[in-house]
Design a protein around this ligand. Sequence first.
Ligand code: 16G
Length: 254
Amino acid sequence: MSTPLAAILTPESLQSGVPGPLYLKLRQTLEEAITSGKLNYGDALPAERDLADHANVSRVTVRKAVDDLVKDGLLVRRHGSGTFVAKPVAKVQQSLSRLTSFTEDMARRGLNTRAEWIDRGLFHPSPDEMMMLGLPADALVARLGRLRVADDMPLAIERACISAEFLPDPLQVQGSLYAALEKRGCRPVRAVQRISAYNMKDPDASMLGVPPGSAGLSIERISYLRTGRVVEFTRSIYRGDAYDFVAELTLSET
Ligand code: 16G
């Protein structure tokens, strides 16, 4: 059963407010219905034709507004059954000043983590890996590609590479990479991280359960042992709608 139209918009609601394209006004009205709780997680949106008739706009306008909300993750389309209000995403606030692992970060928030393996094994290093990890061409590198999931929500795709000198058997990593490195006495103590904006592409977008083009964060981390040797080079894609990275800033003493 779909939600009654009257719960979402009145025929007048698109005529009022600031001037602008009709599809944006409709998008705003639908978004407001979701954020104010008139529409809840799992509610079905009325059929496109009914929405268009009720709001006195074209079906193209309705489709554009709905497409926008699907792209931003507020609505989901299910083939053959319609369009529904998506599950709200609880944002993870992640500090940028502590060197912690994904497993530890999620455990601190009381969330259960699991990993779906994309790739795991020993390989000859690529030129990039040789440069990042400081390896000769005949060395071996452990690659660990994982979809990181917390409480059943996919949050990130992480592709880590570690010199085989530090991780000779990548199959030893069951849950946490940092726990496995700690066992071998080579857990990183310092890291440099670069974060940039990224628009998701498939297959990453579909693994993370978001439409292609959604906002994401591309993160590269190089981490070091106490000796100064690089131990890890990881490239990750995080869901932009699920993460806030927080940095503490202090006034320099000098
Ligand atoms: C974090 C790190 C990643 C590291 C992983 C280890 C970022 C952006 N990335 O996700 O570089 O490999 O933790 O997590 O913070 P694990 O010990 O749970 O496998």
